[in-house]
Design a protein around this ligand. Sequence first.
Ligand SMILES: [Fe+2]
Length: 192
Amino acid sequence: MTATRIPSQPWLHGHAKEVQHFGTVRQFPIALPSPTRARSCDVLNQVLADSQILFALYKKHHWLMRGVTFYQLHLLLDKHAGEQLELIDGLAERVQTLGGIALGDPRQVAEVTQVPRPPDGAEEVPAMLSRLLEAHEIVLKGAHAGARRAAEAGDDGTNDLLVSDVIRTGELQAWFLAEHLVDTPLVYGEGG
Ligand SMILES: [Fe+2]
């Protein structure tokens, strides 16, 4: 007996060959030559990898936060994580806009990132905040260098994304974190 073929049966368990390899760029008519788009994709993917780790560290420390400032830091770190997630989407979609392949699988992200791996457990609160600041600086360093290269190559869109979004947001978040590492008297000033 032959099974009746249902025309609208979804094609399940499909495994096919890659249609575009990582590191290559497709041709899009956006007035930017392939080598420029390929270089921008490399830069953007590095910032993307580091930002994905920064996002993950924000969530980790949002969960692991403790102490008398728990509530405010718990909320602040989650707010920053949400803003990082938006940047990540913008970076990934910029890579796609340029014809490249955005770095998405966390296992590949872990291979590419320059942000050091933290201990699996919890650190003291100031150490956790310092760790986030260091991750920010790695992202910012990559974004500054990438923005300069993109500007020199005429890739204004990439330059704008890195400067207006990644750098501006990262600097602001770093300020908010750094202010929590100032040892300031809570009630009495030094004058008594
Ligand atoms: Fe949460």
